[in-house]
Design a protein around this ligand. Structure first.
Ligand code: EPU
Length: 430
């Protein structure tokens, strides 16, 4: 398995491009199942999760193609992909394909809405908590689907089509909001989603669905109204920039010091996280082309955070922020409220010399003067990159093992950081 080797202690300076958002690209690709015409997505990141989803969609019969290189593009430019689901030949998403990525479960919504049936394996994904699927099942049942679970598969049927209804989620769920919104787009009559997720990726999917002919109002608020239509058409849609990648690199710069412009980043997608970073002493400004992050001289001030659904501080930046706080001048507390088991990075950060105490969902971090490089193990996607951030500031050499987690969600991480002066390289498995 590949490793990443980092020699810490270098400031980051320069600029790096922000890719399209993984967590927008995945539901957008799945939305192609709703139409028999071609959906074209621009700015799709080159990631393992994207590749994995193309396998899953191909298995349903979706034709997938990627544009070749165009004038002015380089390896950092997002891809343009075309997805055509004119012939869905299989409505089963098998365990072998679904078990490695939770978002692949989301095909259940479009498949049952358009084909009247779906058989989808219960999902896998990062080991960050139990991550049940009850909201999906209750939501689709509310739209008239008959659902049973047998042998690790969820079987959904709606032979006469789905029917709009009120769907109230007991807790905000990004995935369940995506799925019910997609399914309701092809249901008869009106669906109202209450306590909907407000994440930018929900808005991005809604904009694409609207472009395909769906009637959706209120995406980005707690209540989404969807008036079902008979069919959806093709469309061309650019994937929104990745706010988690943006926040991750912003935290890396806050950690090492330096001055980096994150090209293509949009501050409105992560205001809470940027404000939190300003609290730590980083200078953050919006430029014509992206976001500039600077920290010079002064140390890192401790700031407490609580993860919350959007527009709160994102759980997907919790591990990275904890890495930053390990070197703060004082004590900070991080409370994780979204997932019950998202602190696996704590023991790995401790290997680098971090002083962190866990009490249930609250981590107390006493900032230390120096971190020291060590071999560490990536445990999930965001945890892995928190170890990279820590390694960039640690004295000496850090090797991050099991980097396949990183490749699920960060495009060309080493290249981007190296461009800004980091000493980081991938060591391919022999
Ligand atoms: N939940 C339930 N029942 C359900 C669905 C969710 O209890 O049926 C609970 C979850 O267990 C969790 C909470 O609701 O406690 C929120 O989970 P949510 O459904 O919002 O998460 P998700 O849709 O599975 C997406 C992102 C995650 C991100 C979360 C929260 C994608 C592909 N994944 O997951 O991203 O952490 O929203 O913002 O969009 C990542 O990119 O590293 C990642 C894990």
């Amino acid at each position: 398995m590949d490793k990443i080797r980092i020699v810490g202690g270098h400031q980051l300076n320069g600029s790096l491009p922000i890719s399209g958002a993984k967590n927008a690209a995945l539901p957008l690709m799945i939305a192609s199942l709703l139409s028999d015409e071609t959906l074209t997505l621009e700015n799709v990141p080159r990631l393992r999760d994207v590749a994995q989803l193309t396998h899953i969609l191909s298995n349903h019969g979706v034709d997938y193609s990627v544009n070749g290189k165009r004038a002015g593009e380089d390896a950092m430019t997002g891809q343009t992909v075309h997805l055509n689901a004119a012939n869905i030949v299989d409505t089963t998403a098998p365990y072998e394909l679904v078990s490695t990525m939770r978002a692949s479960f989301w095909v259940i919504g479009p498949l049952v809405a358009r084909m009247g049936q779906a058989r989808v394996s219960l999902p896998g994904g990062c080991a960050i908590g139990t991550r049940p699927v009850d909201f999906f099942i209750d939501g689709l049942r509310a739209l008239g689907a008959e659902i049973d679970i047998e042998g690790g598969y969820v079987n959904a049927r709606a032979t006469k089509g789905l029917v709009g209804n009120r769907v109230h989620f007991p807790k905000v769920s990004v995935g369940a909001t995506h799925v019910v919104m997609m399914a309701a787009a092809l249901a008869r009559g009106e669906t109202v989603i209450e306590n909907a997720a407000r994440e930018p990726e929900i808005v991005d999917l809604a904009q694409c669905l609207i472009g395909m002919g769906a009637k959706i109002e209120g995406a980005g608020t707690e209540t989404i109204h969807i008036q079902g239509v008979d069919r959806l058409s093709g469309f061309t849609h650019p994937v929104v920039p990745d706010r988690i990648e943006t926040g991750t690199y912003a935290m890396a710069v806050a950690m090492t010091g330096g001055d980096v412009t994150l090209e293509g980043a949009r501050a409105d997608l992560l205001e809470n996280a940027l404000e939190t970073l300003r609290g730590t002493g980083a200078e953050i400004t919006e430029t014509n082309t992206g976001i500039r992050v600077k920290r010079n001289g002064s140390g890192i001030a401790p700031v407490d955070v609580v993860t919350e659904p959007f527009p709160g501080f994102p759980t997907d930046l919790q591990a990275q922020f904890m890495a930053l706080m390990t070197r703060a001048k004082g004590t900070s507390r991080i409370t994780e409220t979204i997932f019950e088991n998202r602190f696996m990075h704590v023991q790995e950060l401790a290997r680098l010399g971090a002083d962190i105490h866990l009490d249930g969902q609250v981590a107390t971090i006493n900032g230390v003067e120096t971190l020291n490089g060590a071999p560490v193990m990536a445990t999930d996607l965001r945890a892995s990159v928190s170890l990279v951030i820590a390694g960039l500031a640690a004295k000496g050499e850090t090797t991050v093992n099991r980097v396949y987690h990183l490749d699920r969600g960060f495009e060309r991480l080493e290249e981007k950081l190296r461009r800004c002066g980091a000493e980081i390289e991938r060591i391919a498995a022999s």
